[in-house]
Design a protein. Structure first.
Length: 442
């Protein structure tokens, strides 16, 4: 929490540690719309200049725009001040490498070591960095997205779209992008406000009531909701129904692979097996990764994949940049509607139908490892995968995934089945197993 676990002094020292690796290069910095973001941005700028980096400050921006600009500038790296989908009282940093993708775990460990040992390097007084401001570059990012969809087709479809940026920086990009593509745009929660008065920053389905209502009230073709830094997009069809991100990913995958059969798509183990079913239809292949956007991005670059997606609403479109990008996702869905002339609800209904259920159980961080060991024993006899946490496959094709969150003191539980009821039962079953294991170990 801001000024509890993370204050401006911490940011300064963390960023001096990052700057130690990036100096004497130029680093792009930007921030989301949180109340604490200006404070942390100043500390970040100061830390970089102290370490001898020049700073290009692009101000308020979405994370994917900052990533695109970092790569386009051939900068040494980028730093985004944001807590993404987390509640208003939190904040943090996303550290971007020169290729526009978040830095690898190895680099993160290097930075942590410098920070813990307080061994950052400060520049000689004559070599301190300078700061320049460049707030128009968001236009070049938006224009790059436009190049990757068929503008004429989208324009001809005359789509009506409701954009819910959740009072954050998505409103700097998506409404303008879609209206440049000829869509009629209605906004809800369009004003940037770090207290997030409209809804929580996470576009979880239960947070999207206002958007759902606005889509049906306006007779819109679809609605799109972003998280606090607009790298995620969750879609609402014209009937007002909201769909998890792996459903919209499947839709984009279907159309992408129709045009590019045989290609590889990348997704974490928490995604629907519909991703696999669609890949097989088009002689494609799925690379399953641990959960986390860096995992997907880095794997895409490793295997030369052009498309990745996550159940939380991350769409990674490699021809633009192999990072998750909420605005790019909105453009791709617009293009699919324009090309097919179908309703979004019909398109979703045409996908392989599976039901996913999700849950979470509190678990202290220090018990996570032990809980996983014990849970693995409980699953003996079933087919299991250990790409991330424990994924247990059952004979009827259903699966359950239990995995410790990397950022919160919880276990996340996912299950998928052909029948909704079955997925819910699996989540309940494994939630109570985890609860029991935690209470035994406490
Ligand atoms: Mg985010």
């Amino acid at each position: 929490m801001v000024n509890k676990d993370l204050n401006a002094k911490h940011v300064l020292e963390i960023v001096q540690s990052i700057g130690t690796l990036m100096a004497p290069g130029t680093v792009v910095i930007g921030r989301d719309g949180r109340i604490s973001s200006p404070v942390f941005l100043e500390a970040a700028a100061s830390g970089l200049m102290a370490a001898g980096c020049n700073v290009t400050d692009i101000g308020m921006v979405s994370t994917p725009a900052l990533q695109f600009i970092t790569k386009a500038y051939r900068a040494a790296g980028g730093i985004m001040v944001t807590a993404s989908h987390n509640p208003p009282q939190y904040n943090g940093l996303k550290v971007i490498d020169s290729d526009g993708v978040e830095v690898s775990r190895e680099k993160e460990i290097q930075v942590e070591a410098i920070y813990m040992n307080r061994s950052w390097r400060l520049a000689n007084w004559k070599k301190l960095g300078v700061r320049t401001r460049a707030t128009d570059d968001i236009d070049s990012y938006r224009m790059s997205i436009m190049k990757h969809v068929n503008e004429d087709e989208v324009r001809a479809a005359k789509l009506k779209v409701v954009v819910d940026s959740g009072n954050s920086v998505g409103s700097l990009v998506t409404p303008r992008l879609l209206s440049d593509l000829g869509c009629k745009v209605v906004q809800v929660n369009g004003e940037i406000d770090g207290s997030f008065p409209g809804r929580p920053p996470e576009p979880a389905l239960e947070n999207l009531k206002e958007l759902q209502g606005s889509v049906t009230a306006n007779g819109a073709d679809f609605g799109v909701a972003h998280d606090g830094d607009a790298d995620r997009a969750i879609f609402v069809d014209e009937t007002g129904e909201a769909h998890w991100g792996d459903r919209s990913f499947c839709l984009i995958e279907e159309f992408y692979l129709r045009a590019h059969p045989g290609e590889i798509v990348v997704t974490p183990v928490s995604s629907s097996q519909a991703v696999q079913e669609i890949a097989l239809r088009h002689e494609g292949r799925v690379e399953w990764t641990p959960v986390g956007s860096i995992q997907v991005s880095r794997r895409m670059l490793e295997v030369g994949a052009n498309l990745g997606g996550e159940e939380n609403g991350g769409i990674f479109y490699g021809p633009h940049l192999a990072v998750r990008d909420g605005a790019m996702a909105a453009a791709l869905i617009s293009e699919i509607l324009a090309k097919t002339g179908q309703r979004l609800s019909e398109l979703f209904a045409s996908l392989p139908q599976y039901a996913i259920a999700k849950g979470k159980v509190a678990c202290p961080n220090n018990l996570k490892g032990k809980v996983l060991e014990k849970a693995a024993k409980e699953a003996e006899g079933e087919r299991v995968e250990t790409i991330d946490g424990l994924k247990i496959w059952f004979k009827d094709g259903s699966w359950a995934l239990i995995r410790p969150s990397g950022t919160e003191a919880i276990y996340r539980i996912f299950a998928e089945s052909r029948q909704k009821g079955n997925a819910v039962i699996l989540v309940e079953k494994f939630s109570s197993i985890i609860r029991k294991l935690v209470s035994e170990l406490e």
